[in-house]
Design a protein around this ligand. Structure first.
Ligand code: FPP
Length: 237
């Protein structure tokens, strides 16, 4: 059982630009992004993050050139094969969210094996979103809900994905790109121009430190306030 409930989600953007700036093929950027993912997983466990969900491949990324898609799927397969034992040794539970039926067989088997090997990890839950679309996940959850009385809790249970506390997007863009739309309802958003392959532990710590300064109200009043200042009425009076 993972102790920390802190859920950080990351849109790992900027691999292509990182490579272009160096005159390298885009896949070199993704390979460097894979190293950044490994670094960030270790850093997240050290920083007390309980769940880390990263956007590795969106359902819309199939529109990219076939060679880039093939390269990313190979990278996924080798990443899982390399990392599973390391994750297990470090108490990291690894799982993959998103569709499985379009993933090449080699990568699909690597996912199953990594999930099996690491299922008892209790330090950090690392979730890779692969062939993932939040809209599709919402449609699938609504399908499961049709026969029952639905409230927010029941719906969220069908989604099987915890609320996000902090959403980080690297690469300078400021959008959610169909990632964890329901789960980010009250997430704090953090956008950084750092390109994903350059992201390191200091960057993660800067995001977490910024997050700690945010006042989260979830639509209510600040936790420390027991009054309604502008009316001068004390809460509960
Ligand atoms: C977005 O950057 C990134 C992706 C579509 C892939 C993310 C993949 C990794 C971080 C590598 C690790 C992944 C696996 C599969 C283990 P972009 O290519 O859109 O960058 P750009 O906006 O600069 O072109």
């Amino acid at each position: 059982m993972i102790q920390s409930t802190l859920h950080v989600a990351i849109i790992m953007d900027g691999n292509g630009r990182w490579a272009e700036r160096r005159g390298l093929p885009r896949l070199a950027g993704h390979r460097s992004g894979e190293r950044a993912l490994r670094r960030t997983t270790v850093a997240a466990a050290r920083c007390g993050v309980g769940t880390l969900t990263v956007y590795a491949f969106s359902a819309d990324n199939w529109k990219r050139p076939a060679s880039e898609v093939r390269g990313l799927m190979m990278l996924l397969e080798t990443h899982l094969a390399k990392e599973a034992a390391e994750c297990r040794a470090n108490g990291v539970r690894l799982s993959v969210i998103g569709r499985r039926d379009r993933i090449p067989e080699g990568a699909r088997l690597a996912i199953q094996e990594a999930e099996r090997l690491t299922q008892h990890g209790s330090q950090l839950h690392l979730r890779l979103a692969v062939d993932y679309s939040s809209r599709d996940a919402l449609v699938a959850a609504s399908g499961k809900c049709l026969a029952s009385d639905v409230d927010r809790g029941a719906f969220a249970a069908h989604l099987d994905s915890p609320d996000v506390d902090l959403l980080i997007r690297t690469g300078g863009e400021k959008r959610l790109s169909d990632f964890l739309l329901w789960e980010c309802a009250y997430a704090e958003l953090y956008f950084t121009p750092v390109l994903w392959p350059d992201f390191n532990e200091d960057d993660l710590r800067a995001a977490l430190s910024d997050f700690q300064k945010r006042q989260r109200r979830f639509g209510g009043l600040p936790e420390t306030s027991d009054s309604v200042p502008h009316l001068g009425i004390r809460a509960g009076a």
